[in-house]
Design a protein around this ligand. Structure first.
Ligand code: FE2
Length: 354
């Protein structure tokens, strides 16, 4: 009888432990991404796996500091950033770990992976020109934009990581001296003091404040699909187009950045973290990113959405030419890029100050 009782107690405690572990199936994601479409993908992941996804959203430097402050028992399992420069920073700050995954090796091309497998690109976004449809942008490049449209260019502030990464990419592609000249030329051809976000640049073009704006490609998709008639973004794409620069034969390709993720060092839910990143690299999920957040898939077996394809078709681009750089360099050149932009008075162009 006593033995039976002990067996029942043991069985109940094992069952209890298992149930407890079952209820603890979760993954904690620290993300800089700010898109509702991500939530739908996390919900799909939970439905497929039973793993709950908990999200903390903040800017990358704050999230990296938070992980560092959490020490050896981090709350976060995944760091998900909307810029390769920040992925490189996270790695350099020592908060990520190497992940060995056959699925990720298969789904993510090596140029979009960290060389030590500490982060993996999951979506691509091009830094393009949005232009006033009354002009002809044919042949436009980063290098010739100031001569084609002098005094007609706008961009957001230098504190924005997308601009820093664009300049960092040009440091790699053109060299530091040429990139410095490029930034100085751009600043002296700005039509206004930098203000607002990428979409606000498109609004300014629509309002006639400039002919050319620098912005990320997915924002153009958001503008195309803006359905709120009371929004300042509504109808902007009637008069503003998208152009992928540097597509000519001898040209260096458009600046393509990635959004990507890595597993936090000492993650408490490492297996779930890997499962989530693998899920996000899967062909159908990659196609969802493209359809719902207007980003380019990294997985080469995934098709870009018809909207993105139509942009390339309109420009007669059969295969989008990208800068041929390993994106780790965006982190390496970030400091140089910021110094170049600061020295050029990006945020207060001298010809616009009174
Ligand atoms: Fe963004």
């Amino acid at each position: 009888m006593k033995k039976l009782l002990m067996f029942v107690v043991l069985a109940l405690s094992i069952f209890g432990l298992a149930a407890c572990q079952e209820s603890k199936q979760e993954v904690n994601v620290y993300t800089t991404r700010h898109y509702d479409s991500d939530d739908a993908l996390y919900a799909q992941f939970t439905e497929e796996t039973g793993i709950t996804v908990n999200i903390i959203n903040d800017k990358a430097p704050a999230l990296i500091e938070k992980v560092k402050a959490e020490g050896d028992v981090p709350q976060a399992d995944v760091f998900f950033s909307a810029d390769a420069g920040y992925l490189a920073l996270a790695k350099n700050e020592g908060i990520l770990q190497t992940v060995s995954s056959e699925i990720l090796a298969e789904n993510v091309p090596s140029k979009y992976q960290d060389v030590d497998d500490m982060w993996f690109g999951l979506t691509k976004r091009a830094r393009v020109f949005l232009y006033d449809k009354s002009i002809d942008p044919t042949g436009l490049t980063y290098e010739n934009v100031t001569t084609m449209f002098p005094g007609e260019i706008i961009a957001r502030s230098s504190s924005n990581i997308y601009n820093q990464s664009l300049v960092a990419s040009l440091v790699e592609v053109l060299g530091e001296d040429a990139a410095t000249i490029w930034v100085n030329e751009l600043v002296s051809n700005m039509a206004r003091v930098p203000e607002g976000n990428d979409r606000d640049q498109a609004v300014a073009v629509a309002n006639g404040d400039a002919k050319i704006a620098i912005a990320n490609s997915y924002y153009y998709g958001k503008l195309v699909n803006e359905s709120d008639e009371s929004s300042s973004y509504y109808g902007v794409t009637d008069t503003v187009g998208i152009y992928f620069p540097n597509q000519g034969e001898d040209e260096t390709g458009v600046h393509m950045n990635i959004s990507g993720a890595g597993v936090i060092k000492n993650a408490q839910n490492k297996d779930n973290a890997i499962k989530l990143i693998e899920f996000l690299s899967r062909t159908d999920v990659q196609e969802s990113f493209s359809a719902t957040n207007y980003e380019f898939p990294v997985n080469e077996s995934a098709n870009m959405s018809t909207l993105l394809q139509s942009w390339l078709d309109d420009q007669n681009v059969t295969e989008l030419k990208e800068q041929t750089i390993n994106l780790s360099v965006l982190g390496e050149h970030n400091e140089t890029a910021v110094i170049i932009m600061t020295n050029a008075s990006w945020d207060n162009p001298s010809h616009l100050s009174n």
